[in-house]
Design a protein around this ligand. Structure first.
Ligand code: UDX
Length: 440
């Protein structure tokens, strides 16, 4: 078992640290935020992620997992240091590498034994080279430093599961001994390992996310055409997915992709290509389609109501997807902001993301404690995140509680056949409208 340090206790760092300790390694996680470190050492996870807190508590108790703000303490005995700090998007579209550079400086100053530095953060092509140069520039001890690119592919909401049952682990390295050691560390996960050079590993991450984003924008455009010609996009997606060359996954139409990765990584890859004098036209279209898709319900409701002023709307779902409290690039933000700008009153509900939402959404947004409270007396309900609670919600309650039951479903939570049995106007994505203008 190895002594490992992880720099950054955000989403990627925390999940990676907890899972590596669970397979038997000694892990020290570092963050500059003392409050966060104290909370982590007491067994409290700062993020909502299934199974994470339980595994964290278990490994803290087994003394295989520890959190600190002290780089020298963390790096003293570490054979491998993972960099898992954030690389947010700057206003020019490129990734902000400030935290990466800071991590590299700290490694140079405090590493005391030969070390392999593993980059988990998604970084622009060539960044690993830069990391190595910064470490060497600040290096105090006479030690050997090797760099490995080991991008993560975990999804929020199933991050722990994805770490244990992922499709592949990519290891990009120049030094084969370093690659061998990282392979050995990851062996207990029993996931296929793919080895390549550093630049190709960096590109695998961007290309994978860009491809998945392309699938989503593609099916969203197909959905729009389905609406125009009277087809049902769900059947179209099933029929497409039966072709194993296409596959079923990531063909779910909706209000576009959000979250911390797809928007940021597609923009970053587009800018990387532009920087190399290449116009990545397909990816540009993917990004543009997504932007349009996020506010599709605003267009639909304006078509139905004309003006929105004085209307009371319920928004169900604020997180960018279910099973997370993350609102980064969530469709809820743009939709709610537009409703408010157009003069509507908004009452929102989300099973776990309301705390975060209160910090981000316009101050006039009201928050309900239940679905019932949110939809009560409203002119229309908008489903923005497909939480199980919404899917399981009895449809007759919309009829009972709303002024006139009108639902705009941005995630296709209910079957068209089922909706036909209720006096509800139902507008969804890429499927026929049910009871169109019934309440007009
Ligand atoms: C993604 C990648 O899946 C993961 O491999 C990478 O490491 C980080 O980015 P994540 O952002 O957590 O993970 O969520 P994911 O489940 O992939 O969904 C991203 C967005 O796409 C969500 O907004 C989701 O609603 C949307 N989506 C996904 C669709 O609109 N349709 C689909 O069919 C699938």
């Amino acid at each position: 078992m190895k002594n490992l340090a992880i720099v950054g206790t955000g989403y990627v760092g925390l999940v990676t640290g907890v899972c590596l300790s669970e397979i038997g390694h000694n892990v020290i996680c570092i963050d500059i935020d003392q409050g966060k470190i104290d909370k982590l050492n007491s067994g409290k996870s700062p993020i909502f992620e299934p199974d994470l807190e339980e595994l964290m508590i278990k490994n803290i108790k087994s003394e295989r997992l520890y959190f600190t703000t002290d780089h020298s303490e963390a790096f003293k005995n570490s054979e491998v240091i993972y960099i898992a700090v954030g690389t947010p998007q700057k206003s020019d579209g490129f990734a902000d590498l400030t935290s990466i550079e800071q991590a590299a400086i700290q490694i140079g100053l405090h590493a005391k034994r030969d070390v392999i530095v593993v980059t988990k953060s998604t970084v622009p092509i060539g960044t690993n080279e830069k990391i190595k140069n910064i470490i060497l520039q600040y290096l105090v001890s006479d030690i050997k430093v090797d760099i490995v690119s080991n991008p993560e592919f975990l999804r929020e909401g199933s991050a722990v599961r994805d770490t244990f049952y992922g499709d592949r682990i990519v290891i990009g390295a120049e030094c084969q001994d370093a690659a061998n050691l990282i392979e050995e560390i990851n062996k207990p996960f029993q996931i296929p390992i793919f080895r390549t050079d550093i630049i190709s590993a960096e590109m695998i991450k961007y290309a994978s996310n860009a491809f998945l984003a392309t699938k989503i924008s593609f099916i969203n455009e197909i959905a729009t055409i389905c609406e125009k010609i009277g087809a049902n996009v769900e059947d179209v997606a099933i029929g497409m997915g039966q072709d194993s060359r296409i596959g079923y996954q990531f063909l779910k139409p909706g209000l576009g992709y959000g979250g911390s990765c797809f928007p940021k990584d597609t923009n970053a890859l587009f800018h990387i290509a532009t920087h190399e004098d290449y116009s990545f036209a397909l990816l540009k279209a993917v990004i543009d389609v997504n932007k349009k898709q996020q506010t599709l319900l605003v267009d639909k409701v304006k078509q139905r109501f004309g003006i929105l002023e004085g209307k009371k709307f319920a928004v169900l779902g604020l997180a960018f997807k279910p099973n997370t409290d993350d609102l980064r690039e969530a469709a809820s933000i743009v939709n709610i902001t537009r409703f408010i700008e157009e003069g509507a009153e908004v009452i929102a509900f989300d099973p776990v993301a309301m705390q975060n939402a209160k910090r981000i959404l316009p101050a006039t947004v009201q928050f309900a404690q239940s679905i019932e409270e949110a939809i009560h007396g409203t002119d229309a309900v908008f489903i923005v995140t497909e939480w199980k609670e919404f899917i399981d919600f009895p449809l007759n309650k919309y009829v009972e509680l709303m002024k006139k039951p009108i639902i705009f479903d941005g995630r296709n939570c209910y079957s068209i056949i089922k909706m036909m049995g209720y006096p509800i106007e139902y507008y969804s994505i890429g499927r026929p409208v049910v009871n169109e203008n019934y309440n007009k």
